[in-house]
Design a protein around this ligand. Structure first.
Ligand SMILES: NC(=O)C1=CN([C@@H]2O[C@H](COP(=O)(O)OP(=O)(O)OC[C@H]3O[C@@H](n4cnc5c(N)ncnc54)[C@H](O)[C@@H]3O)[C@@H](O)[C@H]2O)[C@H](O)CC1
Ligand SMILES: [K+]
Length: 558
């Protein structure tokens, strides 16, 4: 599923109208029908099949979770009454309003009741929205103009938010702002047309106020802001409805940002998540991962990383660590090999020669460097020498072979301190390094604040990936994976229970494992992110709460 910006959507819209020759009114009609159908489904979910008129079975838990004045206001109706649901369409003066007004007409046809509440005097509507206004009036659809405090929300069962769409700029102005606040306070289930009003369609930032929708029906394509937080939370359950703009037009227009769900894993990444194995294979078939990780204070990071790598399917995993640490972890990961590196008795990486790690690279199929590594004097220069070796640069692995590489955690902090990363040897085009920063590490890499990173996660990740020629995995809710060619995947799996120590070490191990199994870096990173989140979701479901999830639990569900 493509994720588009408001500007890209406008360009596609224009193209279909001007070049393909479909009148805008046809798109609006299709959009309106999709909005009305989604409203019927939402009604069925909240109030039961008899009222919704079709679609999904009644969701008792949603009713319970819905709470608020609407439920008490609707007491006596609900599934038992069997009467049509009453929808209130909040209409803005642009085409988003036009979609909503036309949806009111479709709702009547589907057997529901609908009224229209104009945010502004309806005379201000123009073009296709004005056409819809007039048709609705001639059909006798009740309509009123919003006056603060005058709406009797209890006379309705649900709300359609068609106030602001992709044409909105900045925080909703009055009277939109007051109307949004009243709608949110009504406790009624809200269906957002295209995007919740108040959401920044491009970044997922939410203005004050912003509609809190139970459900959003995205028209033609999902807007980026519906997949990014906090927007994704305000949008509720999101679906995309076809309105006459085929997906291949988005490809042709250069849209390269995708929502990463299971369908996209299969279709876009070309990966079968179950990946059955061929019978005539052995551990050598599935590659050897070298994990360089762990220090006295963070030995567990290495343990988690190496175990995750093994669970993600590599044939062999070796754990390179300071020799003085080896005794403490021996036997903790019996399936892994240990590669103790001479550390002058210090127990950390400060005295481990890069050449010692380089020697271990021979014969490995991927290197994961960084989890729990710690920092030490001169570590940026140390990293540079390991980088050169893994690049296959002169004096590297000997064979001149590039070893697939994941840099995580402290390796990223070292990289951030290296002023000349741009001048480091380039890796082969088919083997870019995978970097897995969390927002704080990303901020250090690009010398900005974490808040700035979070404000434009796709932009920051994509810019870094294309400029530096790396695969950039920007972790966090809706992890963003950006490839050197500008392709971006926004992940849909995972849960806040995974915000716990060691979770990132597990991800680094998973990606390293997939690299060792021969997956191209962009695919390994995006699929690894999805897999890690999916395992986290299963692990959380098996626990009494998300809060009790441990990073080690994620490994067990890979
Ligand atoms: N996807 C498609 O191809 C189609 C989309 N449709 C729908 O059209 C909207 C976009 O419509 P547009 O007229 O461009 O803009 P809006 O309706 O979002 O509103 C613009 C309207 O609002 C005023 N405005 C802007 N910012 C603010 C603000 N912060 N506060 C208050 N008012 C604001 C501005 O002056 C304009 O008048 C898209 O989302 C779809 O729902 C088509 O119907 C079908 C094709
Ligand atoms: K809207």
């Amino acid at each position: 599923m493509h994720l588009v910006t408001a500007e890209e959507m406008r360009a596609l819209d224009r193209y279909v109208i001007e070049q393909i020759g479909l009148p805008a009114a046809v798109l609006m009609e299709n959009a309106a029908r999709a909005v009305a159908e989604a409203a019927m489904e939402l009604g069925a979910e909240w109030y039961g099949e008899a009222n919704g008129g079709g679609g999904k079975p009644a969701g008792g838990s949603r009713l319970a979770a819905g709470g608020g004045s609407a439920r008490s206001g609707c007491g006596g109706y609900g599934a038992a009454s069997g009467r049509p649901l009453r929808w209130l369409v909040l209409a803005g003066k642009g085409n988003n309003g036009g979609d909503g007004i036309a949806a009111a007409r479709h709702l009547l046809e589907m057997g529901a009741e609908a009224s229209i509440l104009y945010a502004e005097p309806p005379e201000r509507l123009t073009g296709d929205a004005a056409l819809q206004r007039d048709a609705a009036a001639r059909l006798g659809i009740p309509a009123a103009v919003y006056a603060p405090g005058a709406v009797d929300w209890r006379s309705f069962d649900g709300v359609i938010d068609a106030l602001l769409g992709t044409g909105s700029r900045g925080a909703p102005r009055e009277p939109y702002a007051s109307l949004i606040r009243e709608a949110n306070a009504s406790g009624l289930p809200i269906l957002a047309a295209d995007i919740p009003s108040g959401l920044d369609a491009d970044t997922g930032a939410v203005h004050e106020p912003c509609i809190r929708a139970a459900r959003t029906v995205a028209l033609a394509f999902m807007k980026r802001g519906l997949a990014l937080y906090p927007g994704a939370e305000y949008a509720g359950a999101v679906t995309a409805a076809p309105i006459g703009i085929p997906a291949r037009l988005a490809d042709a227009h250069g849209v390269r940002v995708f929502r990463l769900d299971e369908a996209a894993v299969c279709s876009r990444l070309g990966v079968d998540p179950a990946r059955p194995r061929r019978a005539d294979t052995h551990k050598g078939t599935y590659g050897l991962v070298l994990v360089a990780a762990g220090s006295p204070r963070m030995a567990g990071a290495g343990l988690l990383c190496v175990r995750a790598a093994l669970r993600a399917g590599c044939g062999l995993a070796a754990w390179a660590l300071p020799a003085s640490l080896a005794a403490a972890v021996t036997g903790r990961a019996p399936e892994a090999m240990l590669a103790p590196l001479e550390d002058g008795g210090r127990g950390d990486w400060s005295a481990v020669a890069p050449e010692a790690l380089k020697a271990e690279l021979a014969g490995t199929d991927a290197l994961v460097l960084g989890p729990g590594l710690g920092r030490f004097a001169g570590d940026a220069a140390w990293l540079r020498r390991v980088w050169d070796a893994a690049c296959g640069a002169a004096g590297g692995t000997g064979a001149g072979r590039a070893v697939p590489l994941v840099l995580d955690a402290d390796a990223l902090n070292m990289l951030a301190d290296a002023d000349d990363f741009a001048a480091w040897p380039r890796r082969p085009a088919d083997s870019p390094a995978v970097l897995t920063p969390h927002p704080g590490e990303m901020a250090r890499l690009v010398r900005t604040s974490t808040a700035e990173v979070q404000r434009d996660r796709i932009g920051i990740a994509r810019d870094y990936a294309t400029r530096r020629g790396v695969v950039l995995v920007l972790k966090g809710a809706a992890t963003v994976t950006a490839l050197p060619d500008g392709t971006v995947y926004v992940n849909t799996t995972g849960n806040p229970g995974m915000a716990t120590g060691g979770s990132g070490d597990v991800l680094a191990g998973v990606i390293g494992s997939l690299l060792a199994q021969g997956m191209p870096p962009g695919t390994a990173a995006a699929f690894g992110v999805w897999l890690h989140g999916a395992a986290g979701d299963r692990a959380a479901a098996a626990r009494p709460s998300q809060a009790s999830l441990l990073a080690g639990d994620i490994i067990e569900y890979l």
